[in-house]
Design a protein around this ligand. Structure first.
Ligand code: HEC
Length: 365
């Protein structure tokens, strides 16, 4: 199967006339991926991303510095292995499984944070290449810093205004993408941009920016996806968004927003409106989140569902729901909570870990 990266390089060679073709090829990839449970792929990917960032808080210089964080890293690495084994067989699966057990080994030996991050990020990227499924940020990315990061790390090639004519652009083949190209931008979802920023494109000057936090990469993806629209369009988009409840129902959460291309939205509301609404929401993704339930409400609801599943004897579901309560509900507010009340934060973290293990002990399969 062609990987997304290969498809991107292919598109570079053929440029515009082939854009539509590649867009439809990408669509073709989706049914192939649908045979994998997208939930398994997404959860494995998020666990890996989380480990890459947080392992440094569990181990330093070969010794455990936080027993609870370390228990979590061990649990999550095992969770990745289990999920990979459950995926439908592809030529890549075996090597993914091998690398997951390598990761478990490094964590068991209390290897360095750099080792874990490199393995986890590499595995996460290749997992998505083998099983492409859409992903969404855990929380609203902080767009406010993206402009500065873009100027510092991207403008040399893509240009300050995203027009593709940065000072280093002339010597590059293929040249940097012009984010201001409206036709092209209409075909791009924020998720697709995020993937390129995270993985880079083989054989081009576009390197992977996986050293940036996933929050920063999402913010940059929103920024890159905003250059083709004007502030005036965003103002019109805000008016539409605030006055039209059916529009708000159409884009209920971040996952929908990042997967949406202006071209796809145009199919239901017309190009002019679609461009305007996405001009607004890509500048203000927090607007989408304002209508979503708060993370703590998500955590409570998932824990209640987990308990209900446990009581009816479905322990696998109970465990998955307890993990989802943690990843979807608790994790997004963890940084805020640990700043305000670190003791409470570690008590909750510990208790949620216990609730997940409670399901585990009873699962003999
Ligand atoms: C050294 C030059 C260089 C730098 C620095 C660079 N890029 Fe790129 N970027 C490229 C090139 C070249 C391509 C086009 C590759 C191709 O045509 O496949 C590209 C493509 C992309 C794409 C794909 C766009 C699309 O529509 O497919 C995105 C997104 C992107 N870059 C974002 C960024 C971001 C964000 C940064 C900064 C964090 C950045 N780039 C820094 C050279 C660069």
């Amino acid at each position: 199967m062609e990987t997304i990266t290969h498809m991107l390089s292919l598109r570079v060679a053929l440029i515009k006339p082939a854009l539509a073709l590649v867009a439809s090829l990408m669509l073709l990839l989706i049914p192939a991926a649908a045979t994998a449970d997208p939930g398994d792929v997404q959860t494995a990917w998020r666990l890996l991303d989380y480990m890459a960032v947080d392992y440094g808080g569990a181990v330093a210089n070969g010794a455990v510095t936080s027993a609870s964080e370390y228990a979590e890293m061990t649990e999550f690495a095992a969770g990745v292995s289990t999920r990979l084994r459950a995926l439908p067989a592809t030529p890549e699966r075996q090597s993914l499984i091998q690398r997951a057990s390598q990761l478990q080994g490094v964590i068991a030996r209390k290897g360095s944070a750099q080792q874990v991050a490199a393995l986890a990020y590499g595995l996460a990227a290749d997992l998505l290449k083998a099983y492409p499924v859409p992903l969404a940020p855990d929380k609203t990315p902080d767009i406010s810093t993206a402009g500065a990061v873009f100027r510092q790390s991207c403008a040399s090639c893509h240009g300050m205004t995203g027009n593709g004519h940065g000072p280093d652009a002339a010597k590059l083949d293929p040249p940097p993408i012009a984010f201001t190209d409206a036709e092209r931008a209409r075909q791009r979802s924020v998720f697709a941009l995020y993937q390129v920023i995270s993985q880079g494109i083989d054989g081009t000057a576009m390197q992977s920016f996986v050293d940036l936090s996933s929050d920063q990469r999402w913010a940059l993806a929103f920024r890159s996806g905003s250059f083709a629209s004007t502030d005036a369009q965003a103002v019109e988009g805000e008016r539409l968004w605030k006055s039209d409840a059916s529009l708000r129902a159409r884009i209920p959460d971040l996952k929908t927003l990042v997967a949406l291309t202006p071209a796809a939205l145009a199919g239901s509301i017309g190009q002019v409106k679609a461009d305007a609404v996405l001009a607004y929401l890509r500048r203000h993704p927090d607007q989408v989140m304002q209508q979503a339930p708060s993370p703590l409400a998500v955590a409570r609801a998932k824990l209640a569902q987990s308990l209900a599943a446990f009581q009816r004897g479905d322990r696998r579901a109970a465990k998955e729901l307890a993990l989802s309560a943690y990843l979807d509900g608790f994790e997004p507010i963890e940084p805020t909570l640990s700043a305000r009340d670190p003791n409470l934060m570690s008590r909750i973290e510990g208790a949620m870990g216990e609730s997940r293990r409670c399901g585990e002990q009873h699962v003999s399969r």
